[in-house]
Ligand binder design. Structure first.
Ligand SMILES: [Zn+2]
Length: 286
């Protein structure tokens, strides 16, 4: 999970360019007339996001005078998403993450734009860049039109939430009949109950507990095989002791954590280092 700088494009620039791509002047007119109201509502969205007051949010407040919700969705689907006038804005958002890593999961490759607040319900911000988050297909499909309304907690917002920089993702390694099983969770060190609920929600909405477990299982299998069989180096086989394996995993955990605060790799290596059962009983290192 990765924090991003918010897009540099202003609400006015994005909206004006999307509206300018409507060729029919009579069809364009109601959108143009609503410009001031749209920009004011984008500013309201900024304020909500900045203070993190998603509770109490209601989509009724984001209705655009003189333009229906369907017409605002069309402005995104038929204009902003396709027009050459807005191509530069779209590409700037899609290409913002380093190595195109999806900010929601920190792993998938960015392929599409997600509306943080769904376009079908928050019509005023359908083309507002600060509401458009670059995402991988899996995250976008998992989230769908999830919205922090009616008391539902908000997922983390890559442009506004500081929780991306805290270390809160942990994993535990537990024995099972099929070998080690990894469970991902929010660290007990997160004391703020409201933040805790949001972090749990983020894991749940994007199905990250299951997705992380699948990815981490492959890493776990690879590392386990190397430790059981030994590392081949110049015709010799190196074998780690239990404490060497522990330090090896701790080093890898720190490397990963320095790269991204809450990566599933970092949490996995940390869990491997901390599990006596895994090191001594499963890997049989002494
Ligand atoms: Zn993703």
């Amino acid at each position: 999970m990765i924090r991003l700088d918010r897009p540099a494009t202003t609400a006015k620039d994005a909206y004006d360019k999307a509206v300018a791509s409507i060729r029919d002047s009579s069809a364009r007119k109601p959108y143009a007339s609503a410009s001031v109201a749209v920009i004011r509502l984008c500013s309201d969205y900024d304020e909500t996001a900045r203070i993190g007051m998603w509770a109490g949010l209601t989509s009724v407040l984001f209705e655009v005078p003189g333009v229906t919700d369907t017409e605002m969705v069309d402005l995104y689907d038929k204009r902003f998403r396709r027009s050459v006038r807005t191509k530069e804005i779209r590409n700037a958002i899609l290409n913002a993450p380093s190595r195109k890593r999806c900010p929601y999961c920190g792993e998938g490759c960015v392929s599409e734009l997600d509306h943080y607040l769904p376009k079908t319900r928050f019509s005023a911000i359908t083309v507002y860049p600060a509401n458009l988050v670059p995402a991988c297909h899996e995250c976008n499909c998992a989230k769908l039109d999830y919205s922090p309304e009616n008391g539902k907690p908000a997922v983390l917002h890559p442009y506004f939430d500081r929780a991306f920089d805290l270390h809160w993702l942990v994993a535990s390694l537990n024995p099972s009949d099929e070998g080690p099983i990894l469970e991902f969770a929010v660290s007990q060190k997160v004391a703020d109950p409201a933040l805790r609920v949001r972090l749990e929600t983020h894991l749940d909405v994007f199905k990250l507990r299951d997705r992380f477990r699948v990815w981490a299982s492959r890493l776990l299998d690879k590392e386990s095989q190397q430790l059981i069989n030994g590392y081949s180096r110049k015709r010799t086989t190196l074998r780690f002791t239990a404490s060497e394996a522990q330090n090896h995993f701790l080093d890898l955990a720190h490397l990963e954590s320095d790269r991204v605060a809450n990566s599933w790799e970092g949490a996995t290596y940390q869990a491997m280092a901390e599990s006596d059962w895994y090191i001594k009983d499963y890997l049989r290192l002494i």
